[in-house]
Design a protein around this ligand. Structure first.
Ligand SMILES: C[S@@+](CC[C@H](N)C(=O)[O-])C[C@H]1O[C@@H](n2cnc3c(N)ncnc32)[C@H](O)[C@@H]1O
Length: 289
């Protein structure tokens, strides 16, 4: 991919700059995350941590380690865990969840219900530590006695980062993660233990957590039959070309009539014309026609 340089190098870092661009490109090729010039110092500090951990002192040596060492795959995983941003929270983007409950779910229930197929399949793609898929599970569970009476649902929750997935499976959160969660949901779906909130096992049964790299074509083609995909606050880290590739996969992963939610500050403008754009109060959603 090698595109822009990080600028002329006059780094004060103890290591040489040689190989920095290649390392940046290696990350891009592995997971689609692109670091523009402004992120140079962030990257340098993350590389420094990993280089110290594996005991090398130049970018070239680290490159060689990532390309040739018997531990190269494990190291690439660790590097990706260093450079990904995992910020998330329950009910992060409320207008989206309102639209899901009041507009999208009723529409899908009407269409799929007519066809007699009462099962919903959702995907939280890039779920981080689980707050998003658990929010979806709470919302759908609330609808089981009414709109979703007689329906089943399951939620696939995936991320590239095993550390956040372990936290998601554990389901223990501090109150900052619940800052937008109203008491009704806190009381019904969490047990408080000291400063921690523990998610009820009743919600866990709806969710399957799994490691998945959205940039890995060979895995993405097997994600099939989804009614709703949430892929929020991850495409911002990709460049145009990797966004296009991932979003085209989502198109294939969705059922006809299915919906794709992306982050509040993200857009498919210039990325994909196959989806139909719908507006709702406070946001947009993309539908596979
Ligand atoms: C900022 S979090 C977003 C979490 C949640 N979707 C939300 O909106 O609150 C971004 C997540 O994307 C994941 N990620 C980044 N690149 C990825 C890739 N190529 N495949 C899968 N997950 C990726 C990161 O590990 C991180 O957990």
């Amino acid at each position: 991919m090698s595109t822009q340089a990080f600028g002329t190098s006059s780094s004060s870092s103890a290591v040489t700059n040689d190989g920095l661009f290649e390392l940046r490109d290696l990350i891009y090729e592995a997971c689609g995350i692109f670091f523009p010039d402004g992120k140079r110092y962030f990257l340098e500090s993350r590389f420094a941590r990993r280089m110290e951990a594996v005991g090398v002192s130049s970018y070239f040596e680290y490159l060689r380690y990532l390309r040739q060492s018997p531990q190269k795959n494990e190291e690439m995983k660790k590097l990706i865990e260093e450079i990904t941003t995992n910020e998330t929270s329950f009910f992060r983007n409320m207008p989206q969840f309102q639209a899901l409950q009041t507009i999208i779910l009723p529409k899908i229930v009407e269409t799929k219900g007519k066809a007699g197929f009462k099962k919903l399949k959702l995907w939280s793609a890039a779920c981080s530590s689980g707050e998003e898929p658990y929010t979806l599970a709470m919302i759908l569970n609330e609808k089981l006695p009414t709109l979703l009476a007689g329906w089943m649902f399951d939620i696939h929750a995936t991320d590239i980062n095993d550390q956040v997935l372990a936290k998601a499976r554990e389901g223990i959160y501090g109150d900052y993660a619940l800052r937008s969660t109203v008491d009704y949901f806190k009381n019904k779906y969490f047990t408080q233990q000291g400063p921690n909130y523990i998610i009820t096992p009743n919600l866990k049964k709806y969710i399957r957590f799994q490691n998945l790299n959205l940039y890995d074509d060979s895995k993405m083609v097997f994600m099939k039959g989804f009614d709703i995909i949430f892929c929020c606050n991850v495409l911002i880290y990709f460049d145009q070309s990797s966004k296009k590739k991932v979003v085209q996969h989502f198109f294939g992963n969705l059922n006809q009539g299915g919906y794709l939610f992306i982050g509040h500050s993200e857009s498919l403008y210039g990325i994909n014309n196959d989806f139909k754009l719908h507006h709702f109060p406070g946001g947009v959603v993309y539908q596979k026609p």
